[in-house]
Design a protein around this ligand. Structure first.
Ligand code: SF4
Length: 210
């Protein structure tokens, strides 16, 4: 990448990390997915119970494979034949919950929109620790840009991936639909936290997820 562009992106990442820390979240920057897995190895001790929210980033970053390595007690929502509803509930009692975020603002907020609500619910309360892994492409200027990111990119892409019968799947942008297949139900801003360090955000210097 061009050095000047790289410098701009690094400053944006550093601003975001500082403001996540101001909001009482631990925040880290790593250059690669491999570095992210190595950091998780330090943050999450062997034998701990772990679960994940739905996330393409966790697959792309190699974290799902890492959690399946046998090092952890993994409540794996993607395992064949699994009772997904049961795994969603087990996630509330796990030691560490892994997820990405639909957007991260430079003011240090996480912004997420869920269909089921299981992911945002576990981020808010339940698991002792929450590790958020996100590519730098998830960073946006503010909450308005975060809302636009979800309606213009994340939700339409997820609707396509999940083959939902929604207008955003056809048009590639949110139409605020009333479809029975609508995937947007719960709109959550994670701002300054009360449990300092419970949420740990790892920003990766690669483009990941939607
Ligand atoms: S509200 Fe409907 S159209 Fe808009 S992103 Fe969600 S599912 Fe798509």
């Amino acid at each position: 990448m061009d050095a000047s562009l790289n410098a701009v992106i690094e400053k944006k990442i550093n601003r975001t990390i500082g403001n996540l820390q101001n909001n009482k979240m631990d925040a880290y920057y790593v250059k690669t997915c491999k570095d992210a897995v190595n950091l998780i190895d330090q943050l999450c001790a062997e034998g701990k119970s772990v679960a994940v929210g739905g996330s393409m980033t966790l697959f792309e970053c190699g974290i799902i494979d890492y959690l399946r390595s046998g090092k952890y007690q993994f409540f794996d929502r993607y395992a064949p034949g699994v009772d997904v509803g049961k795994v969603f509930r087990q996630a509330f009692f796990c030691d560490t919950f892994f997820t990405s975020s639909n957007a991260i603002t430079e003011q240090g907020e996480l912004y997420n929109v869920d269909g089921n609500g299981n992911r945002v619910a576990a981020m808010i309360f339940g698991p002792k620790s929450v590790i958020v892994v996100a590519g730098y492409n998830k960073i946006v200027a503010d909450l308005e840009a975060a809302r636009r990111r979800v309606s213009d990119i994340a939700a339409p892409a997820n609707a396509m991936r999940l083959d939902k019968k929604t207008p955003c799947k056809v048009l590639g942008a949110c139409q605020n639909c009333r479809s029975d297949d609508r995937i947007c139900a719960d709109y959550v801003i994670h701002g300054q936290q009360t449990a300092k360090g419970r949420i740990k955000v790892i920003i990766v210097g690669e483009q990941l997820g939607y």
